[in-house]
Design a protein around this ligand. Structure first.
Ligand code: SAM
Length: 685
């Protein structure tokens, strides 16, 4: 196959998937089991599904012995086609707990084209009472049926990435490598669409050398497909009445990460990461620090003030996104980030002490926005509980106050107290918080050796050495020599706040309301609203004019609410308001930077031919500063983007599958602007 044929298929529309259609026949012992009415096939054997899974997938992949011998530090990775009820993966999780050393980690990757409803999933898994706890954790985080990657943290040591969509297409987009495959899916005779050559090719490319596979079927199309893709297979005894099944392996998989059209985004190879320094303890830094500490990496988190002191220190921030009318990569990243943040926050703070998924209403208060939202809805059929269009009446009912405008309702979005979140994350075991300001980072863990690792020099001449470094200092993130080529724009934002009088009846919002600004439901008797948006302004002093602007915005989007507050005696005069100013940072294309830091000088040299002809793509993979990463440019949407970006970076550092498609990982790559400048011929060589 030529390199050009090797690129992943374009991402399919951002849309709701068809859900599984099931019936529940009973067997002779009167126990029910799910059966697909669409495929006329069973999800697992009605007689002894568990024993079959153990035989076909767990034992034929030799998982008990491989788990027992697993030394990490990266997780053992299982890939599956057809997640179904999750029975196979729960069995793998249980086997891992039984056999693997206490520090080992397990990463499960599974595709699913027709996800079950949560109710069906729970009903199916109720057949196995000893899986009650595991099934409960899975069901609690079960995502809406939306095409894309959904990362679930099932336990401290077990992560599940659900790749919703067709198996071949999803595995073609998988940025990660697998140690053992569960080749499941309905029988090839009942589901010929899945068992295509593209599936086996994608599996081969996403395999580690020596990856094993097991499948219940011996169909010719499977044997031929596996052989053509480079897998060796043999027939082994099947389970129960099935005489034979297939087991196999691939010793020399093809190069797993071809980016023939974008070689600059080829990820750097994994390096040791026992100790990582993270610079900046705002949302970007604390989320990366927590993601690494959760993986057993020692983290020094360096902050010149206190966690959340900068742009992430507001009392209440909106957890929301604004999706483009026409699907683009940025919208995919943000929507994926929003859904991930909610799941991650639910596991971090199930009691919702510092956040609330009360929902966000994005109002269309003018004709232009109403048209934009109508276009968005026409272009996207998303699950109702993700985004739904609402008229003014429904908006009023959901918001708990009278609203005159239609809007988009994000039922699972909400608000977070970023100050408390940052403090909580910084206190994660494994993270050492270090007060100080880094002035320089130099390659080499021993100054002047330049051999592996980094030395960080602080303002007071103190030094810290680390294997790897993550820069997460918002608008200051390009102040280091290595990051200077990454454009960042500072944006001043002022939030206003008013203390509500006690003991009187006040209108109360039950959703966060966004229009030009945002206003979340009041917490602890304080109503916050804002924020102003002033690019290139870095002044942090409160301004009365900005309070007036925030008030005008509040008045325009929620006139009845504002009038009711005034009527109840709340003093909304600008000079009476309190507030906070923060400087946030954005990239020119408004997508965050999350990934390895490119060696800009080398890129300009290696890819100089692009300036003359953008089709002349050199074969050279991108050079990066080894072990140097950045998470920045989250703008005012960091609550939706930073946790997912933290997972992207921690997954790369720890050599794990990514929580986003390859195309989206490339979209987040900090070097994207360098390349577009080279193509436009603007680069200052
Ligand atoms: N592994 C499952 C379990 O542990 O419950 C059972 C899998 S069930 C036999 C087959 C699954 O493959 C179904 O959930 C079905 O929706 C899914 N499927 C069918 N065609 C698919 C495709 N083209 N891509 C991804 N999943 C598919």
């Amino acid at each position: 196959m030529s390199a050009a044929d090797d690129r992943p298929a374009p991402l399919p529309p951002l849309a709701a998937l068809d859900v599984a259609h099931l019936d529940w026949p009973r067997d002779d012992t009167n126990s029910e089991a799910p059966h697909s009415s669409a495929f006329d096939d069973v999800y697992f054997s009605r007689h002894d599904g568990r024993a079959e899974t153990e035989h076909v997938f767990i034992n034929a992949n030799r998982l008990p012995e491989r788990f027992a011998a697993w030394q990490g530090p990266r997780p053992f990775v299982i890939g599956e086609t057809g997640f179904g009820t999750g029975l196979n993966m729960l069995c793998a999780w249980a086997a891992f707990e039984r056999h693997a050393p206490a520090t080992a980690r397990l990463h499960l990757v599974s595709t699913e084209r027709f996800p079950m409803s949560r109710d069906d999933l729970e009903r199916a898994l109720a057949a196995w009472p000893d899986f009650h706890d595991k099934a409960g954790r899975l069901a609690a985080q079960w995502p809406a049926p939306l095409a894309g990657v959904h990362r679930l943290h099932l336990s401290a040591r077990v992560t599940l990435d659900l790749h919703f969509g067709d198996s071949a297409e999803r595995l073609g987009q998988l940025d990660g490598r697998v140690d053992a495959w569960f080749l499941d899916g309905f029988a090839p005779s009942k589901n010929p669409d899945m068992w295509q050559p593209a599936l086996f090719t994608a599996m081969a490319r996403a395999s580690r050398p020596g990856a094993t596979l097991a499948t219940f079927t011996c169909a010719g199309v499977v044997k031929r497909g596996l052989t053509a893709a480079g897998f060796a297979w043999r027939k082994v005894p099947g389970h129960g009445r099935k005489r034979e099944m297939l087991a196999g392996e691939i010793d020399a998989p093809p190069h797993h990460d071809p980016r023939p059209n974008t070689p600059w985004f080829t990820p750097p190879s994994a390096q040791p990461a026992r100790h990582v320094a993270v610079i900046g303890a705002g949302l970007a830094g604390t989320t990366v620090a927590e993601a690494l500490a959760r993986r057993g990496v020692a983290v020094t988190l360096i902050e010149r003030e206190a966690p959340g002191a900068g742009g992430s220190g507001n009392r209440q921030g909106a957890l929301y996104v604004k999706l483009a009318a026409e699907t683009n990569a940025q919208s995919r990243v943000y929507l994926s980030g929003l859904l991930y943040s909610r799941r991650w926050l639910t596991t971090l703070d199930p009691e919702r002490t510092f956040w609330d998924d009360c929902g966000v209403l994005q109002l269309a208060t003018n004709e232009r926005e109403a048209k934009r939202q109508a276009r968005f809805l026409a272009n996207h059929t998303l699950p109702e509980d993700v985004v739904a269009g609402v008229d003014a009446e429904a908006a009023s009912a959901r918001a708990g106050v009278a609203i005159d405008s239609p809007g988009l309702d994000y039922a699972g979005a909400g608000w977070v107290r970023p100050d408390l979140l940052c403090a909580r994350l910084a206190a994660t075991p494994g993270i050492t918080l270090h007060r100080g300001e880094v002035s320089e980072i130099t390659p080499g863990a021993r100054p002047a050796t330049h051999e592996g690792g980094w030395t960080l020099t602080l303002k007071d001449d103190e030094t810290i050495v680390a294997d790897q470094v993550v820069v997460a200092t918002a608008a200051l993130a390009n102040r280091f020599a290595q990051t200077a080529a990454l454009p960042l724009q500072p944006i001043r934002g002022q939030v206003s706040a008013v203390r509500l009088p006690k003991g009187i009846d006040l209108p109360r919002l039950s959703r966060v309301i966004c229009a030009g600004g945002y206003v979340p439901p009041a917490t602890d008797g304080i109503l916050s609203f804002g924020a102003t948006f002033a690019p290139h302004d870095t002044d942090t002093a409160l301004r009365e004019a900005d309070h007036a602007a925030n008030l005008a915005e509040l008045e325009a989007s929620l006139p009845h609410f504002t009038a009711a507050l005034r009527k109840a005696g709340v003093d909304l005069a600008p000079e009476q308001l309190d507030g906070r100013v923060a400087v946030r940072a954005a990239s020119p294309d408004k997508t965050p930077y999350a990934g390895p830091v490119p060696d800009a000088a080398r890129w300009r040299e290696d890819y100089s031919a692009l300036a003359k002809d953008s089709r002349r793509i050199p074969d050279t993979p991108g050079s990066h500063h080894p072990g140097l990463w950045i998470s920045a440019a989250h703008g005012s949407r960091g609550l939706a983007s930073a946790p997912l970006c933290a997972e992207v970076i921690a997954s790369r550092i720890c050599d794990e599958p990514l929580p986003v498609e390859r195309t989206l990982a490339d979209h987040l790559h900090p070097g994207r602007r360098l390349i577009s400048e080279l193509i436009k011929g603007q680069s200052k060589a």
